[in-house]
Ligand binder design. Structure first.
Ligand code: GLN
Length: 564
């Protein structure tokens, strides 16, 4: 993942305090791009007040994943500057030798008007955040992709902190800034030369709608599609065949060409649930067979759970899970079964066996990432800083799981039950199954909606899910995962897949009248069966923080409470 850090301030402002802050932010953003870091400064004299000047600082770090040559960011030519954190998967032909950021910069430099720039972004698909400075017009453009798959934080000037900042990640809580996540609803465009001392506090950032006309088919990626509002008609049958044809795995297709054979270039955040298993199986079809794929499976030593286990209370574990747990325990060593035998470990171990049966030619590295309590506690301040401005108890339990899973340091076994060998995943691209519950009706709340308001309520709930994806967790997840110099990709959240699923009549996606593990995400379950993933197709939904035991380590604090 690349890191972006941009600042704008008056040249005669107190520089010492600012420089310290700027350095701190640059260090935080350097971790996202270990391959190269660069800084470019520009000075602008505002038209109305030529006696003073504004300083623009563009800092970017590069995690190079595409193209053959070295890439140093920011991209820069004739005073035009681009900081790019993203991937272009669709809408622009990019050959394997080319770098997408470099190509995008070339294209941007050919454009003149804000409308043209907006239209270019409306025609490309992929996760991104960018800052682009057009020197000829002295305009600054910045935005995130319409689903917010990459983070960009904004600090607007205030009397106490009279500078403007944009950054992929902050340096944690600091009285010198007030960062918010940048909204994904617009492409922003700031006329730098028009800034005056009087509006030193740029409170309103001029924003363009993401598309000029809602009917222009050449701009398919301006916004996420709307959920099909039509009420179900009983004769419709599930669209499994169509879904199978649509399965579009751009995320795996564009794995970095850098790296050695024999080393995994791709890893999956793998719980053994249906979402992570389906994307793993599809990725397998795109990755050369002689390359291993790393399945990252995280488990936390959770003193509360360990205590409950010792006291005989298995914390709501069903009979079936208990049986599975006993089976898994036979295969694992003593230490693992007391502390790390969490629900996601059990299903992960079961599922990797199904994958091995279906795809025996592949080396599947099932990476057991075991996090001792002490270690998770001492990482908390780092994680709290990375996820800022997200700061609830639930943010922390999810971020903990993602932080350690994506770090990829754990152990593998040559065969089930064999002695563990320590292993560090070097894959720079991590697939993440997030999004399928939102698009296909996988949450309990979709069933509740049906029970209270019928199909109409389910349709409304599914629309709400799409509307709030950008603000829910993607920015936070990106900030946490990228701190290891890796990037996460969400195959379910490709705008192409989203468009296909959103348009399907609701009853082809789910059936809230059928039981849990069947009616929720019904279409995906059918697709999984069709692929041969019979065991995965039946697994019930389990939230990552409970499956890995990263939640509620010390007590029962409500998830929406702020961290102390
Ligand atoms: N890390 C990133 O955001 C990657 C940027 C760009 N796609 C590259 O490969 O260089």
């Amino acid at each position: 993942m690349c890191g972006i850090c941009f600042s704008l301030r008056w040249g005669d402002a107190d520089n010492e305090q600012f420089e310290d802050l700027s350095r701190k932010l640059q260090v935080a953003n350097a971790a996202r791009g270990p391959d190269a870091q660069g800084l470019h400064k520009a000075y602008v004299k505002p038209a109305v007040d030529p006696s003073s000047h504004l300083v623009l600082e563009f800092y970017a770090s590069e995690l190079r994943l595409r193209g053959e040559g070295a890439v140093v960011q920011p991209h820069e030519k004739d005073d035009d500057v681009l900081c790019w954190n993203g991937e272009i998967f669709d809408g622009m032909d990019i050959s394997p030798e080319e770098n997408d950021g470099a190509r995008l910069f070339e294209q941007l430099r050919r454009l003149d008007t804000p409308g043209q720039i907006r239209d270019l972004f409306a025609s490309i698909e992929g996760p991104y955040a960018f800052v682009y400075y057009q020197a000829s017009s002295q305009r600054l453009f910045f935005a995130r992709d319409p689903l917010g798959r990459r983070s960009l934080l904004i600090h607007k000037p205030s009397p106490a902190s009279p500078y403007f900042l944009l950054a992929s990640v902050s340096a944690g809580a600091d009285p010198r800034y007030e960062f918010d996540e940048l909204s994904t609803e617009h492409i922003y465009c700031l006329d730098i030369h028009r800034i005056t001392r009087a509006d030193e506090l740029i409170l309103e950032i001029p924003a363009m709608a993401r598309r000029a006309s809602s009917t222009d088919p050449s701009k398919p990626f301006a916004e996420p599609s709307k959920v099909n509002p039509s009420m179900p008609s009983p004769e419709e049958s599930p669209s499994v065949t169509a879904l199978d044809q649509k399965r579009h795995a751009p995320c795996a297709e564009h794995t970095p060409s850098i790296g050695r054979k024999g080393h995994a270039r791709l890893a999956v955040l793998f719980s053994g649930g249906i979402d992570s298993t389906v994307i793993t199986f599809l990725a397998h079809r795109y990755i050369p067979l002689d390359e291993p794929i790393d399945l990252l499976n995280v488990a936390f030593e959770n003193p509360r759970k360990v205590k409950m286990q010792a006291e005989g209370n298995l914390g709501g574990v069903s009979k079936k899970q208990r049986k599975a747990r006993e089976r898994a325990a036979k295969r694992t060593d003593e230490a693992t079964c007391t502390s790390y035998d969490v629900p996601d470990r059990v299903t992960g171990l079961q599922e990797v066996e199904e994958l091995r049966r279906l795809c025996p030619e592949r080396i599947w590295n099932f990476v057991e990432i075991n996090v001792p309590y002490e270690e998770s506690q001492s990482a908390r301040p780092t994680i709290e800083s990375l996820m800022w401005p997200a700061r609830t108890v639930m943010d922390m339990s999810l971020a903990l799981a993602l932080y350690f899973a994506s770090q990829g340091a754990g152990q593998v076994r040559n065969s089930p039950g064999a002695e563990p060998i320590s292993y560090a995943s070097t894959a720079r691209v991590l697939l993440n199954g997030l999004g399928s519950d939102e698009l296909l009706g996988g949450y309990g709340r979709h069933r509740t909606a049906y029970n209270t308001g019928g199909w109409q309520s389910v349709i409304e709930e599914l629309q709400l899910e799409i509307d709030r994806i950008p603000t829910r967790n993607l920015g936070r997840d990106d900030r946490v995962i990228s701190s290891h110099g890796k990037e996460t990709r969400h195959p379910f959240l490709s705008l192409v897949v989203l468009d296909f699923l959103a348009r399907l009549p609701v009853n082809q996606k789910m059936d809230p009248r059928s039981e849990v593990g069947l009616g929720d995400k019904m279409l995906l379950r059918l697709a999984a069966r069709k692929l041969g993933l019979v065991e995965a197709s039946q697994r019930k939904k389990r939230a990552m923080q409970f499956g890995s035991h990263s939640a509620r380590m010390d007590g029962e604090r409500r998830g929406d409470m702020l961290l102390e």
